[in-house]
Structure formats: C-alpha cells, structure tokens
Design a protein around this ligand. Structure first.
Ligand code: NAD
Length: 236
C-alpha cells in the first residue's frame, strides 16, 4: 500500500465505498491513518471504517450522513466523490428517467456532498476533494454511454470550479479520469482489454494510490487538475 504524509488523524469521507474502487480508496486512506467514513446505498462493512447507508442523490441523506460523521469522527477534511452508476444504453433509447437518475447520482451526488463538506474545510483552512470522473467524460465513451459521459464531464468540471473558488481557503479539488479499472462495473466492457496499450486492466490499488497522493500533504500545489489513469486507452 502507498504511504503518504498528511492523512494521519484527518477525517475522510468516501462515497460509493461498499465495493470496487471506493472500497480500496477507503482502505488505503485508513491505512494511512485517516478516520474514514464509507457511504453507500447499503451500509459498507469494512474493518476499522465507519460505514453509513446513504444515497448520494438524496440531499437529506447526505446531510444526515455528514452529521453522523461529525458526531463520530469529526469535521471532514478529505472527500472522495466516487459513487456512480454506469448504464450502457443506445442514445435514442435513453429514457428521461435513466438520464436524470444517472446525472442525479453521478453529478448531483458529487455536488451535494461537496457543498455539505466545504464549510467545515473552510473553517479548518484545509481540504482535499477528489472527484472520480472518467475517460468517457472526455471522449464520450467507447460504448453507448451518453448520460454517463455527460455526468462525468460534469464531475470533472465541477472539481475545476471548486478549485477556482476555494484555493484561497486551503482547499484543493482534483479529478481522475480512469478507464477500464478491474471492478464489477466493467463486466460488460471487458472485451475492450485488447484496446488498452499496456495490455491489461487497471487495478483498484493503482487508483487508490493516486487518490491517496492527491489527498496527502504532498499535493497542496495540485488543484483543478484532471489526471488520466487509463493504461494509455485515451492519450490526449
Ligand atoms: N471501473 C472502471 O473502469 C471505471 C472507469 C472510470 C470511472 N469509474 C468510476 O469509478 C467509480 C467507482 O466505480 P467502480 O468501478 O468501483 O464501480 P462499482 O459499481 O463497483 O462501485 C460503485 C459503487 O457506488 C455505489 N453507488 C451507486 N449508486 C449510489 C448512490 N446513489 N449512493 C451511494 N452509493 C452509490 C454502488 O453501490 C457501488 O458500491 C464510479 O464513479 C465509476 O463511474 C470506474
């Protein structure tokens, strides 16, 4: 596991952390001494991590989750916006319901959690926010994923807006643009491995290491950045 400085004793919230990339991020932040809360639709059960049931698209649920984090761990200074869904659907068959649900979870969920966490970060004069975007949010997606791609473009731009607005408060906001990380999410796109220049899928460990670095004391001069982690799948 990567070892970084500056996470010891800090309160970190990771959304969508019951499994996959979010779970590994939560574990790696905790392994570096952070007090971690893992939010997900079903209460995450990871050793040494506070699990909270929370639908990130529900404003009241986000408020309740952060209240619980504050009561049990303290004020959040690290926030990883990872919860997401990945519906594959031909554009003309994309219902308004599917479009709105995808945006509500992937983009509005990030907005709601960041808006709830930032006042505490401002008071501390310190914050680290990482939004999990996607290469699809840059290039549109290698499958029919218009709603997903639009939501991820939104997340990546939201991080830039927050970076601009809160740099003076000691808060950094960055995004990742991953592609083809080996989780259950890519069950229907595994054939794309033949198009990854490094010849394999990425691992949750590799993504978590990058997030931990961006959330560490080493990364105070990095803000408003979108970092690819894609094995060369999209070189732009
Ligand atoms: N795996 C990849 O190749 C890849 C590539 C680019 C981006 N991403 C992004 O990384 C993030 C994590 O993806 P993953 O691969 O670990 O997928 P995953 O499906 O394994 O994990 C996603 C998690 O988000 C949770 N979630 C879904 N809706 C939620 C909601 N409304 N409220 C709270 N939690 C919710 C799920 O329950 C699940 O635990 C997602 O945002 C995804 O879009 C993944």
């Amino acid at each position: 596991m990567i070892r970084v400085e500056g996470l010891d004793g800090r309160v970190a919230v990771v959304t969508g952390a019951a499994r996959g990339i979010g779970q590994r991020i939560a574990e790696v932040l905790a392994g570096n001494g952070a007090l971690v809360a893992a939010l997900d639709l079903h209460k995450p059960e990871h050793e040494g991590i506070l699990g909270i049931e929370c639908d990130v698209s529900d404003e009241a649920a986000i408020a309740a989750a952060f209240d619980e984090v504050e009561a049990k761990l303290g004020v959040t200074s690290v926030l990883v916006l990872n919860a997401g869904i990945f519906p594959i659907m031909p554009f003309e068959q994309t219902s308004l319901e599917l479009w709105e649900r995808t945006l509500a979870i992937n983009l509005t969920g990030a907005f709601l959690a960041a808006r709830r966490a930032i006042p505490g970060m401002r008071e501390q004069g310190y914050g680290r926010i990482v939004g999990i975007g996607s290469s699809a949010g840059k290039a549109g997606g290698a499958r029919s994923v218009a709603a997903y791609a639009a939501s991820k473009a939104g997340v990546m731009t939201l991080m830039k807006s927050i970076a601009n607005e809160y740099a003076k408060d000691g808060i950094t906001a960055n995004a990742l643009a991953p592609a083809l990380i080996d989780t259950e999410m890519i069950a229907n796109t595994r054939d794309l491995v033949s198009r990854i220049p490094v010849g394999r899928f990425g691992t949750t460990d590799e993504v978590a290491a990058l997030v931990a670095f961006l959330c560490s004391a080493h990364a105070g001069y990095i803000t408003g950045e979108v970092t690819d982690i894609n094995g060369g799948f999209l070189i732009d």
